[in-house]
Structure formats: C-alpha cells, structure tokens
Design a protein around this ligand. Structure first.
Ligand code: NAP
Length: 289
C-alpha cells in the first residue's frame, strides 16, 4: 500500500494571516520546487520576490503567485554575484518591503563520473549551490541584524548531503556544505533572532527539470515503486513543509535539516543488490575498461 494522496493542491497549510506582512525572497522560485514552495508561502499570506536569471522563469514564478491572489515581483539575479544580490535585495525592499524570509533554492546539477568532471563543471555547480547560499544568506543577515528584525532562512539541501552522491559528486559535496553551513549560521545568528534551517527533498519530479536530469526517468508507476512510500512526492507537500519551517509555528526550530522524502534515503536491502559502478550506470563502459 502506498501513502495516501495528500490533501489536494490549493489546500493552504495556514490561514492567509499567518505570514501576512512577510516578504520572502525565493531563489530559483520560478521553476519546479522553488515555485511550489513560493506558492504555498503566498497562500499563507507572504509577498514573494522570485529571484533568478531567466526572464521566462521569473515570469512563470510571478504568474503562479498572482494566481493564488498574492503579491509577487521578479528580480533578475545570479546568486554567484554578491553585488547583484545586494542590488536585488535593495529592489525588493523598495517594492515590497524588507525581506524577512529567504529560501536558498537555486541550484544547478548534471550527472557525470567524477573523473570526467572539468574544473569549470565542478565550479558551475558548487558556485551556485554553496557559494550562492552563503552570499544570499549573509546579505539577508546583515540587513536583518542592522534593523534588529530577526527572520528565517531555509536552505534547500538533498539527502545525498549525508550519503554522498556517486555520479553527482559536485552537487552532493555542495549540498553537504549547505547542511553544515545551516548549522553554523543557526548558532551565529540565533542572538539576532534569525532561524536557519534546511529542507531536503526526496524525489519530486516536475516538468521544469532539465532534460539531462531526466536521463533515468522511468514510467510513473515504476518510479513510484522505487520509494518506500509507494509514490513520489507531490510538489505542494514540499511547499507545506517549507511554509511550516518559515512560519511562527517553527519558532524554536533552528539548525535542523528536515527530510521530506517518503523514507527513501533510509532504505536498505537485507541482501544488497549487485553493485553497479557509475560508468556502467551512465552507459560509459565500466570502471575496469
Ligand atoms: P530546477 O527546476 O532546475 O530549478 C533550479 C532553479 O535555480 C531555476 O529556477 C533557476 O532559474 C535557478 N538558478 C540556477 N542557477 C542560478 C543562478 N546562478 N542564480 C540564480 N538562480 C539560479 O530545480 P528543482 O528540481 O526545482 O530543484 C530545486 C531545489 O531542490 C534545488 O536546490 C535542488 O538541488 C533541490 N532538490 C530537488 C530535487 C527534485 O526531486 N527535484 C531533489 C532533491 C533536491 P534561472 O535558470 O532562471 O536562473
């Protein structure tokens, strides 16, 4: 038996008064999981700044928020560029008010055996995921500390933060750094009333996923059977988790990375299946060749 379907999309986790007056800056908020999290925050009353690079993503994010009756703006920013981040926060402050919720969701990723990875490929991922999270977090915190406003940061991690990620070593290492950074910053910024948490999604397929990340896409029912819960996650389930972590109901939670994955990362087999090396999995011959 699979987990039952969640309450339908459109069911708010909280009343729209709970985050009323809050302004959330969501990096990568125009696609996939970022858009879903931004939408659920908006349902609970937050105004949203969608922050990423591509105009079509920015427009899609703003449209999704406006469709649920909330206020949204788009800010073009590359999270690898600290000056651009500062300018983006200025713009959001002027147009929506001071940002009190930051979701570090922007990421890049591509599967490749580590020995084939170029320095540029490594940096493309770690710069966005780890450096981008640090740059946005420090920009946010400096502003919150200056006005004594407190606030909340949610860093989007992945369960290979704890296990390693054979085939995506750059992303796994960067996400491990993000979980560790979450713990450091939670302690450093607690005296300023800033909570810093993480959220590690499991399998949440969506149509915005780039083709190169869908290389192992299975038929939906086969994909569901790869998860102990018997199904993949629905995007709004992750949105509810994010909204809870950013809400006053999580007021004593900080430094924690919440896993939302239908128990997938904990599964083991009594008899381990035969080991298949990464090159074979990618169809690139075997490690012995
Ligand atoms: P996605 O659709 O590929 O979204 C990535 C977003 O990041 C895009 O909106 C992109 O927007 C933005 N972005 C990339 N580089 C950027 C940069 N340099 N500056 C600013 N924005 C940038 O990914 P997703 O599947 O929704 O994943 C969202 C998060 O969840 C990521 O952190 C990912 O690692 C994590 N995650 C996802 C899954 C899953 O099943 N989908 C599982 C585990 C973890 P622009 O192109 O417009 O810049």
């Amino acid at each position: 038996m699979a987990y039952p379907e969640p309450l339908p999309l459109g069911t708010p986790i909280f009343a729209s008064t709970v985050l009323a007056g809050s302004v959330a800056f969501v990096t990568g908020g125009g696609t996939g999981l970022g858009k879903a999290m931004a939408t659920e925050l908006a349902r609970s009353g937050a105004s949203i700044a969608i922050a990423s690079r591509k105009p079509e993503h920015l427009a899609a994010g703003v449209a999704a928020i406006e469709a649920v009756g909330a206020k949204a703006i788009a800010v073009a920013v590359d999270v690898r560029d600290p000056e651009a981040i500062s300018a983006a926060f200025d713009e959001v402050e002027q147009r929506l008010g001071a940002v009190d919720i930051l979701i570090n969701n922007a990421a890049g990723n591509f599967p490749q055996p580590a020995e084939d990875m170029s320095p540029g490929g490594w940096r493309a991922v770690t710069d966005i995921v780890l450096d981008g999270t640090f740059f946005c977090s420090t920009e946010f915190a400096r502003r919150r500390i200056a006005i004594g406003g407190g606030g909340c940061i949610l860093n989007i991690a992945a369960t290979y933060s704890w296990t390693g990620g054979p085939g995506t070593a750059h992303s796994a290492a960067a996400k491990a750094g993000v979980v560790n950074l979450t713990q450091s910053l939670a302690v450093e910024w607690a005296p300023h009333g800033i909570r810093v948490n993480g959220l590690a999604p499991g399998l949440f397929p969506h149509e915005d996923m780039p083709a190169h990340m869908q290389h192992d896409k299975l038929a939906a029912d086969a994909r569901d059977r790869t998860v102990p819960a018997g199904r993949v996650g629905r995007l709004h389930e992750l949105g509810w988790a994010a909204t809870f972590m950013c809400s006053p109901f999580a007021s004593y939670i900080s430094g924690h990375t919440l896993v939302c994955d239908g128990a997938n990362w904990l599964r083991r087999s009594l008899r381990m299946p035969e080991f298949v090396d990464v090159r074979t999995q990618f169809g690139l011959g075997t490690t012995e060749e």
